[in-house]
Design a protein around this ligand. Sequence first.
Ligand code: ADP
Ligand code: MG
Length: 626
Amino acid sequence: MNIKNKETYKFQSEVKQLLHLMIHSLYSNKEIFLRELISNASDAIDKLRFKSISSPSLYQSNNLPKIQISINKAQKTLIINDNGIGMTKKDIIENLGTIAKSGTKSFLKSLENKTNDIKNELIGQFGVGFYSSFIVSDKVIVRTKFAGNKSNEGILWESQGTGEYNITNIAKKTKGTEIILFLKKEEEEFLETWRIKNIVSKYSDHITTPIEIQTYEEKSKTYIWEQINQAKALWTKNKSSISEKEYQEFYKYLTNDQNNPITWSHNHVEGTHEYISLLYIPKKAEWDIWNKENKNGLKLYVKRVYIMDNSKEFLPNYLRFIRGVIDSNNLPLNISREILQNNSITKNLKKALTKRSLKMLDTLSKNDNKKYQSFWNQFGLVLKEGPAEDNENLNLIANLLRFTSIKNNSSEQTISLKQYISKMNEKQEKIYYITSDSYISAKNSPHLELFNKKNIDVLLLSDRIDEWMMNYLVEFEGKKFQSISKEDESLNKLTEEKITNNNNIKTDMSDFIKKVKKILGEKVKSVRLTNRLTETPCIVLSDSNEMSTQMAKLFSAAGQPVPELKYIFEINPKHPLIKKISKINEQKIFEEWIKLLLEQALFAEKGNLDNPHKFIARMNKLFIQF
Ligand code: ADP
Ligand code: MG
């Protein structure tokens, strides 16, 4: 065998960065390296099984799939061997020299300026993968042969986890991969059989391939292979035979998350569509939850055979935080991502799993409000995409939404629509809300004055998505939603009676209103008196069928053209400033005041002005008059 063909390669710079990070930040649970290597071995076996469906020659049936761990105390090595798909030379350079995962760069960037504890957690979530072997090793050797390779030659990959690695051709009879870890001096605990057994049962019990460890048997004075995992897919077991702890451990194995899930839902379904689903709600959002190409999705099995990770076809986007397994009896084994997308079985499963997920959340909200609140605080923004995406389940989703309101006295979103309705004022017909840029600006909006006075609660919405979401929420349990910054008859009813009762004010002011209209002309849609205000002299309202201010802001932030907004200008005749202005005789000064009033109202509504300098100049001019 020619050994002179040794070649040296440099790691991609991101690998170096990741290796460095890992070795210096993953101090608290080094043992996960074994979980990673076993998971790779198991993936490799799954891949071989899957590939051999289309090319049966890859699979030699006399070779049962297994993962074997052996310990060599003399050489201080830990060896993990599998008979999976193996790697070609090209594979190995790609897989163990670079990071193929999309989003690695942004992931590494997201770690900047984080504390070590947070880094530790995030790296764990990201899936540290093969490189984690360098946390405990001075040197790692990989000996591998691709299953389709009929020769007796394989590849050896070797590195000390610094800047570079070597590749050599070697003799290798068996297909699959063998990883040899040369343990660091201080990591010799991993040479103890009990320790390895312990880690395997902690992280890898649910791997469906048997994992064996080589142990010495006193009686026969020989080495024997002992199986150390259950090797039964958890989701196929009977619900009643699975403990809470087993569900939690399976979740951790599935996701690399170190936290327990908030809740889960496990179902065996029979009938035309036979499937098993096990869905989990994580405690924390993944680092890439807002990334367009976030990787989340369910792990897909067909008749217990692993097909693929992260299939997004089974849940709508607004439920992308859900993790878990779907095992279908009806999908074909040789399914590809493309076929999956246009498959009617997939569509039916998606429908069913969506309902199931929403039901799981509904149950959580009813049984454990505290846990539901923590879910909402973490994922509420994602769920708020639901009304726009999923009209069919609109009511279920609306039930799950949480809001803050005037009476809540905190920015935390804790109020359900059901709660809001149950506390509605007797004469109140609608669910009132206001959208704004921030909680503070919503809470202090002059639009709320009437509601405060009448003791009517208003939902305060200030997440960016809220305005968008409210376009899709028309009514809930027979009550219509109403933006209080828009013109609305039900509101006029509440104020009308006072204005008409107070005929004096009306006649006194009708001349005034005429004058204002003349001055403002085309700048406003109309001018009228209002009784909805107490503290504020005037306000602007959007016409009921016009684009709202918040929506216009979203459009313009997205670079979309926005039609010119024209408002209804409402004046509070009881306000001292209005009373004073209405008595000004000098036309020029009167005009300035009216323009200033409109600018004030626009400023309060939009949070900015087209021409702030003009506004300031006008104000200063009027100050001098005083
Ligand atoms: P991930 O498993 O998330 O893809 P890893 O860093 O754990 O990332 O592994 C990188 C890649 O190396 C794997 O995707 C796989 O292609 C390859 N690989 C690692 N271990 C094995 C193995 N035992 N057999 C075959 N391929 C492997
Ligand atoms: Mg891996």
